[in-house]
Write a protein that binds this ligand. Sequence first.
Ligand code: GTR
Length: 399
Amino acid sequence: MFEANYHESLVPNYELPDPLVTQDGAAVSSSDWGKRRAEILSLFETHVFGKTPDQPIRVRTQVMSETESLGGKARRKEIRLYFTDQDTRPYLDLLIYLPSSASGQVPGFVGLNFQGNHSTTPEADVILSDQWMRAKGAGVVDHQATQEARGTSASRWAIERIIDRGYMVATAYCGDLDPDYDDGYQDGIHPLFHSNGAVPADDEWGTIGAWAWGLSRALDYFETDDEIDATRIAGMGHSRLGKTSLWAGAQDERFALVISNNSGCGGAALSRRRYGETVGRINASFPHWFCNNFRQYNENEDACPVDQHMLIALMAPRPVYVASAEEDRWADPKGEFLSAKYADAVYRLLGTDGLDAEDMPPIESPIQSRIGYHIRSGGHNVTDYDWDRYMDFADIHMR
Ligand code: GTR
């Protein structure tokens, strides 16, 4: 039986791979960073998340709705992205709120949600997802959303606060891309790339890879919408979807800013610390999230050629924000902080500031240098406090 370690004294000694030394042992200068970056990205593809196919998919869009919202402060749009020539699944429904006051193209935030777009807002006319839902409760019966599911995740989506600060916010249901269960990749978007029941190879993408692919398709859409400034988009995600926003931002440098909210193991937390959730445990509970090769590092973290500080470093020199919660020990807040800290050297090499902190800051004392970090009180969640800090950070680094 797995028992998580929550004692700092029982964190084993470990040595982290150096993002600034190549696999051949050569020191990396700023002019070599591009090459080293490609090497690290390829290591994450092969050993952690799996390669994303580069076969292009023609995406068709359909405006499903467009209306005033929030008492006229916002305009709301629902845009469906079809990935085949048929009007059938898989497709991705983007729910977009734009500030009415905006003149010109607006910057903003995009992130996937856990429970369907209808869960992020109480507005009764948003499309109620008929897609499979993992969670039980919160208006979900037999894995299907009911009307009672409307707004059940609204506290995690500070839509009105975001609009009030002049940003766009867009979200989509992760299950539109790949339902969150281990089905051998026979639904969602995987079959578009692996036909006739074929499965991804050991170094090819799993579910997180599919979700990250979808965030890039949202960005493709923003590039075609002249109300949105696609060059100033922050990719944001919580928990498994924070692992996803990091992986999307690592692969797709069009994301101007990347936010990891309580992303934990396989996200911002250092795997070698083996504090809270571990690689072995996550691969056992969620065998479909990462590539099969990642299982080689179950109880064998030191053998992995990367650790998660190198995922943060793949954002450099773009602004990146890592957020933890005090009671979220499963996600290892200190391990999340240390990833941010050990990515700092790459930012400095590239001539920007990195993380302006040696040690973990106290609760609710955000650091807003080019690498941002905060730990707030409370548990595993996304709160207004988190969103307010992300907007402060975006004001500094993306406006
Ligand atoms: C947990 C999982 C975490 C985290 C979380 C979530 O069960 O162990 O890695 O992703 O779910 O997504 O809320």
